[in-house]
Design a protein around this ligand. Structure first.
Ligand code: HEC
Ligand code: HEC
Ligand code: HEC
Ligand code: HEC
Length: 264
């Protein structure tokens, strides 16, 4: 009995499947109901995008491979600078060994080792490079404190190298870890052929391209300034170290060139 009913049962199932398929095909592909695509396209037309450089129009997956890769316009933000106070390059500078010692200690407290990117010793609210640059581009002063000047060219995404402070709720946490790591200390001075001779540069020039960021008149670290900030070609007299520079003669640096940014 069961053996005779089984084919009839399966024939029924197949008939139902065929009817279901035909009905489905006749209905067509389901359309999105509430989404009005035309109004979205209108909102983000090219004119709106041009007017607001922070708007990044999304591309469809099929366009991804053909679209430009790399930093977006918003990420490659425009550096702004604050007005800086006038400075007389020819002011007489008196170097104080005590100030040099203090500057050295403050610098060391923010660096894992000599040449490491310093941590950011203040809270940062956003990761907008233009904000960092406004203060650190040419040593903006705020509340009696001076923002040290970038020793290197403008590089995008400051916080990829400079560690930010812990965000608000975590600032009181004890995050110290036991470690025996001891960073390379900064050199105290260069070598001189004789007294009064220009000292050699006791550090690499990589990421320290802007000598005046540390040794310069208006911006230098106290006690580390040179007595002659008006001179332009520092390496004319101060010999770089072949060992520390690790750079071939062509000044080749194993790094992407800095972003080409426009200052407003
Ligand atoms: C409102 C101005 C201002 C802004 C904006 C600002 N900074 Fe600073 N920054 C300062 C000042 C002032 C100091 C010096 C603090 C001190 O000496 O105690 C400083 C110190 C630093 C230092 C330590 C420098 C050193 O050599 O010891 C780093 C690194 C730094 N900031 C990075 C950043 C980064 C990255 C940003 C953006 C996310 C940023 N700052 C935004 C004002 C600013
Ligand atoms: C690729 C990593 C990298 C990026 C990106 C970077 N920095 Fe630095 N920065 C360094 C290093 C390394 C040093 C330390 C140079 C030294 O002491 O030899 C430094 C030093 C500094 C100093 C301290 C100079 C001093 O007085 O010792 C400031 C201020 C600074 N950077 C700000 C910035 C700002 C602002 C940005 C973003 C516009 C930025 N940095 C992006 C690696 C970076
Ligand atoms: C990020 C900060 C920084 C930058 C930028 C920097 N230096 Fe230095 N420099 C130091 C420190 C730290 C020392 C060791 C302490 C000292 O002598 O003041 C030093 C020491 C020196 C000395 C030896 C000074 C002495 O009394 O014996 C010379 C010369 C020198 N640097 C030249 C240069 C030149 C030229 C440049 C630019 C290519 C440069 N520095 C860029 C931080 C810097
Ligand atoms: C014409 C040669 C010459 C040029 C160019 C030159 N220096 Fe010097 N520099 C000297 C001499 C000489 C001394 C030693 C001065 C002394 O012992 O009284 C010196 C000393 C220094 C010192 C030790 C502190 C001091 O002033 O005694 C630093 C730091 C320094 N120079 C940085 C620089 C920087 C940065 C530049 C580029 C802006 C530069 N120098 C350009 C000749 C030069």
């Amino acid at each position: 009995m069961i053996g005779r009913l089984a084919p009839i049962f399966f024939a029924g199932v197949i008939a139902l499947a065929v009817i279901g398929f035909l009905v489905g095909v006749m209905d067509g592909v389901p359309q999105p109901g509430g989404l009005d695509e035309t109004s979205m396209v209108a909102k983000f037309d090219q004119k709106t995008v041009d007017a607001n450089p922070k708007l990044i129009p999304a591309v469809s997956y099929s366009e991804v491979s053909g679209s430009a890769m790399g930093p977006t316009k918003a990420w490659q933000s425009t550096p702004q600078s604050l007005p800086s106070s006038q400075y007389d390059l020819y002011t007489k500078i008196k170097l104080s060994p005590a100030e040099k010692e203090a500057s050295g200690q403050l610098r060391a407290s923010r660096r894992a080792f000599n040449g490491a990117p310093p941590i950011i010793p203040h809270p940062v609210e956003n990761t907008n490079d233009a904000a960092c640059y406004a203060c650190h581009g040419n040593g903006g002063r705020i509340d009696g404190k001076k923002a040290s000047v970038m020793s290197h060219p403008f590089l995008g995404n400051c916080v990829q190298c400079h560690g930010a402070m812990a965000p608000a709720p975590f600032q009181n946490l004890d995050a110290d870890v036991d470690t025996s790591f001891v960073g390379l200390p900064a050199p105290k001075q260069g070598q001189r052929a004789f007294q009064g001779a220009p000292p050699t540069i006791p550090h690499s020039r990589w990421m320290r391209e802007n000598c005046s960021a540390c040794h310069g008149g208006p911006n230098g670290w106290k006690g580390m300034e040179s007595t002659h900030p008006w001179r332009t070609n520092c390496t004319q007299c101060h010999a770089p170290s072949a060992e520390l520079d690790q750079m071939p003669a062509s000044d080749w640096v194993p790094m992407l060139p800095p972003l080409d940014v426009v200052s407003k």
